[in-house]
Design a protein around this ligand. Sequence first.
Ligand code: TYM
Length: 337
Amino acid sequence: NTRVLTGITTSGTPHLGNYAGAIRPSIQASTQPGVDAFYFMADYHALIKCDDPQRVARSRLEIAATWIAAGLDTDKVTFYRQSDLPEIPELCWILTCVTAKGLMNRAHAYKASVDQNVARQADPDDGINMGLFSYPILMAADILLFNAHKVPVGRDQIQHLEMTRDIASRFNHLYGHGTDFFVLPEVQIDEEVATLPGLDGRKMSKSYDNTIPLFEGGAKALRSAVMRIVTDSREPGEPKDAEGSHLYALYRAFATPAESGAFRLQLEQGLGWGDAKAMLCERIEQEIGPMRDRYAELMAHPERIEDILQAGAEKARRLATPFMAVLREAVGLRSSA
Ligand code: TYM
């Protein structure tokens, strides 16, 4: 069977980028025959950038509820919270010891923080914790612990997957002696939505404050966010440049190719931005509207989500615990299997 795995960091409210880039494709993948799916709330990752305990807990609930409301079958997939698996930080340490520091120096997220510091003439390491520096190793542990073959993610995660493959090869080379412990995972990217733009046209991201919330705030919040999408100043009646507009990119992520083609034609024939926004809203609402009640219902019953996550962690550990024993023995630590 093919193993598919992905995680979402629990430091914010799920937005359309998370949905189109990770949640929707992961649910789709989990329904394919011959697929074993592993999906989780990356709450250890959240601690790197969020020191508000309530935020982390709330975000975890929101993300879990979103996944389930969007149609995830939690009996079929293995659905869990990263921090319920002590094997993950344990493997992370072992991988840390085979990872070259130079490899981590090249990680985009870390480098971006250094560059920002340099640009404002501060100490290059200002405000950077070791979690941020080692972030890709924790992610490698998430993936390699389950020997995932495919990882559905948005484009911003490609480098992390490359690093995971590097780390896995290094471990196989050092300790494998002919048998490979780790599978080298592949990214699974839907080019249409690999980088969903936000309100201002940059990648939709919590850190840019340009997100469109998926369920939080209801249809009203969705509508008011869509109305704030930045467009050019062309008036109704003037032809619009569909390809150059991120409103069109957002529409494409929620429509069939035929619908997108028709929308594009309307824009080129002078559809006003206000009407275009109303159409976009309607298109998104058609897809996610029916999920909203389910989401609210789940958010009102955190204990149900907790039960699901506990059961998921148990299921995950049935694989993780014995595999960890094998890995421990491979590197010369005591095997406790
Ligand atoms: P995170 O929490 O930043 O994002 C979760 C997922 O959403 C995707 N995404 C987007 N896709 C398209 N357009 C966007 N604007 C957009 N914004 C976010 C991300 O690519 C991601 O797939 N490190 C990961 C979480 C993680 C993980 C893992 C993922 C931890 N361990 C193991 C896969 C496998 C992260 O912070 O994603």
